[in-house]
Design a protein around this ligand. Structure first.
Ligand code: UDP
Ligand code: MG
Length: 316
């Protein structure tokens, strides 16, 4: 197998027919040595039916169905683990990222790059809010992150087997796949493209999901928030020392208790700092807990290739 295409799908019944058609066209040059893996991430609509129907027209299609919704990054991981190709192409089901870019990505990979990612030079048809938050997110993440993560870059990319194996060897459950590829190292390059609007269906990343994703990314790739907690506590201690001097001074000089202002100020500042610090600790401890449980990330309930589902393999 030369090329694997991996696509996570959650409630994408409308997108799948058009997706498979356009993709089959884009991978024509590698047709006989290619597989297209569609992962149904616990959809509540007819996505699995659409996958089975598409398989009748496109024999190189493989459907993998997860037992429940596990989220974009884990669905993608399931597809990557099921892939057998030497080169693996990842994209979304909604055709926001043009599959035709594969030709250029292949070209760059032939030049010796291990990872060729798509970089959005422009996002069309997305709300100002999404564009602005995404812009801020990538900048902020990079400022915080311990490894440089390419800006304005999603999971739309072509990777080779050795870089994929490196990422799949990472056992963490809170997965931020684009960052994991950056961290794995290897030779990477970006290709600019214009991200088109979603054609059918609606976004599966409402603000809440984006925020969760951003916090996952931040905690997985940076320990700076923890250091921020320490730094904040230094500042609080310093302020408290100043406050103590002031309190003693006014007690001695004015013979009066200081007014409520300083009390309110102190209480609000320190409780704010403490809450923030506790919150940051909580984020990391919560993740340590999830990693410590070490649960399988997902279970496959159906696979059109008819291999034993992962859950059965684990028990065997
Ligand atoms: N997706 C998924 N599981 C989820 C959420 C999303 O498999 O829980 C898939 C979705 O079907 C799509 C891709 O992840 O193929 C990206 O989602 P979407 O296009 O909604 O995100 P956006 O482009 O709006 O950021
Ligand atoms: Mg999309």
């Amino acid at each position: 197998m030369y090329l694997s295409v991996v696509i996570p799908c959650m409630n994408e019944e409308e997108s799948i027919p058009g997706l498979v058609e356009r993709l089959a066209q884009a991978i024509k040059p590698w047709k006989d040595q290619a597989e297209i893996i569609l992962v149904d991430d616990g959809s509540t609509d007819a996505t699995w039916k659409a996958i089975e129907a598409a398989k009748l027209i496109c024999p190189q299609l493989v459907g993998v169905r997860l037992s429940a919704n596990r989220g974009h990054q884990i669905a993608l991981t399931a597809g990557l683990e099921a892939s057998q190709g030497d080169r693996i192409f990842m994209l979304d089901a909604d055709l926001q990222d043009p599959p035709e870019l594969l030709t250029d990505m292949m070209f760059m990979m032939d030049r010796g790059f291990d990872v060729v990612y798509g970089r959005r030079s422009e996002r069309r048809g997305e709300t100002m809010f999404k564009k602005a938050t995404a812009h801020l997110f990538y900048r902020f993440l990079n400022a915080m992150s311990d490894v440089p993560i390419p800006q304005d870059t999603g999971d739309f990319r072509l990777v080779n087997r050795r870089s994929l194996d490196a990422v799949l060897a990472m056992p963490e459950k809170a997965r931020f796949i684009r960052g994991m590829f950056a961290w794995a190292g290897f030779k990477q390059v970006g290709i600019e493209y214009i991200r088109s609007p979603r054609e059918l269906g609606e976004t599966k990343y409402p603000f809440r999901a984006m925020l969760r994703f951003a916090i996952d990314a931040m905690t997985a790739f940076s320990t700076k928030p923890l250091k921020l907690a320490t730094r904040l506590s230094f500042i609080s201690l310093f302020m408290a020392a100043l406050m103590a001097v002031y309190v003693i001074y006014s007690l001695v000089v004015y013979q009066t208790a200081p007014g409520w202002a300083s009390v309110v100020l102190a209480v609000s500042f320190f409780s704010g700092a403490q809450l923030l610090t506790l919150g940051i600790l909580g984020e990391y401890i919560g993740r340590l807990y999830v990693e410590a449980k070490n649960r399988p990330m997902y279970f496959v309930s159906e696979d059109t290739r008819d291999v034993a589902p992962v859950s059965r393999r684990l028990r065997a």
